[in-house]
Design a protein around this ligand. Structure first.
Ligand SMILES: NC(=O)c1ccc[n+]([C@@H]2O[C@H](COP(=O)([O-])OP(=O)(O)OC[C@H]3O[C@@H](n4cnc5c(N)ncnc54)[C@H](O)[C@@H]3O)[C@@H](O)[C@H]2O)c1
Ligand SMILES: [Zn+2]
Length: 339
């Protein structure tokens, strides 16, 4: 099997291929400690048990400074020092927490990831953003720090629930709209009900999506320009997630993509034929495009967002499939667009 690899910032290697052979190649010959979660351990214990390991609780509520402090205590018990390597094996929560704990313990230990969710492989593990939530605000405390490597083995995704798998699909469709019309066409002709069990095709799709994020991170690691494009559909998605727990992140992103596409058509930036293709692809991937919360509540959540209250926000608008632009506008103006 061929591995696909690429480098980010001349430091981080992203490799899509078979986990055992890639770890053999990439893991440095030093002491290793693994951070994972109880679900991943249940499915892939043989991978986790190779080294001393720390299992995190499941879910966003465990993505906290307290969890990071617990990791530091376990590091001390295990005698972890700067000669060790930290390996995070799991979805986005595990990799965000692992990256933050490793980057801060003793002022920074080297670390790497095995990403085990589709969202983790194409999004969360790529790009060097690490962190935890604080007082209900997502990713409020964290750092930029690139892992030495990210391993993505799509065969690990077969144990993922269909709903979790779809969450990753939303980010892949987003990436295609931002920068890769060819990927969008590949997705249009793919049978989503079988994709999870078609490693060859899935590997190619995952690698293409990673390349889009990697290229953006390469030119704007700290999100001062180009990287904002990755937020396509996310302003409204975050507002929906705040108002309702009915949708998971990917499902909210699908609604956000639909709504922002409508806005782009209304502003004559995007052809309605392209908007129709975007909606059709999202629906074929299994997403419902109706927001579960009334527009009034969703927009109230945008205006109450403490992270951007009273400030200009950057809105990403598609101009065609494979191309989008970032517009800065006052929060109130954005809200008016949907009234
Ligand atoms: N750092 C970034 O740039 C970035 C980008 C996007 C998202 N994120 C973060 O990622 C997190 C979401 O990531 P996620 O969707 O991977 O969630 P997650 O880590 O909670 O994983 C989802 C669920 O799947 C389980 N799981 C993981 N791998 C599995 C497997 N192979 N088989 C069966 N079950 C498995 C997990 O235990 C969990 O219950 C959020 O906290 C978000 O803030 C970070
Ligand atoms: Zn997202």
């Amino acid at each position: 099997m061929t591995n696909y690899t690429l480098n980010i910032k001349q430091k981080s290697v992203v490799a899509v291929g078979e986990v055992d052979s890639l770890l053999e190649e990439l893991l440095p010959s030093r002491s290793v400690v693994i951070i994972s979660d109880t679900n991943v351990d249940r499915h892939y214990h043989s991978l986790i048990e190779r080294y001393p390991h720390i299992l995190l609780p499941i879910g966003e509520s465990g993505k906290t400074l307290q969890t990071v402090e617990n990791i530091y205590h376990r590091f001390i018990e295990l005698g972890v020092d700067r000669s060790w390597f930290v390996l995070g094996i799991g979805g986005g929560i595990v990799t965000d927490v692992t990256g933050f704990a490793a980057s801060t313990y003793m002022r920074g230990l080297p670390f790497g990831f095995v990403a085990t969710t589709l969202l983790g492989q194409v999004d969360a593990s790529i790009g060097g953003k690490n962190g935890v939530n604080l007082e209900g605000y997502k990713n409020m405390v964290g750092c930029f720090s690139q892992p030495d490597f990210v391993v993505c083995d799509v065969t690990l995704l077969k144990t993922l629930s269909d709903r979790e798998f779809r969450t990753g699909l939303a980010e892949i469709i987003k990436a295609a709209i931002i920068a890769d019309e060819e990927l969008f066409c590949m997705l249009e002709s793919c049978d989503f009900s079988r994709l999870k069990r078609e490693p060859k095709l899935l590997r190619e799709i995952v690698f293409r999506a990673i390349k889009i994020k990697a290229a953006i991170v390469e030119c704007d690691e700290r999100e001062s320009g180009e990287r904002r494009k990755l937020n396509l559909g996310h302003t409204l998605a975050h507002a929906i997630e705040k108002c309702s727990s009915k949708l998971n992140h990917g499902e909210a992103v699908a609604v956000g993509l639909h709504l922002i596409t409508q806005l782009a058509v209304e502003r004559s930036l995007l052809a309605w034929e392209d908007a129709h293709r975007i909606d059709a692809l999202l629906q074929r991937a299994g997403f419902v495009l109706e927001s579960p919360v009334p527009a009034r509540d969703m927009l109230a959540a945008v205006s109450k967002d403490k992270k951007s209250e009273g400030r200009d926000i950057h809105i990403v608008l598609p101009e065609s499939i494979g191309c989008c632009r970032v517009e800065k506008m006052p929060q109130a103006e954005f809200i008016k667009c949907f009234k």
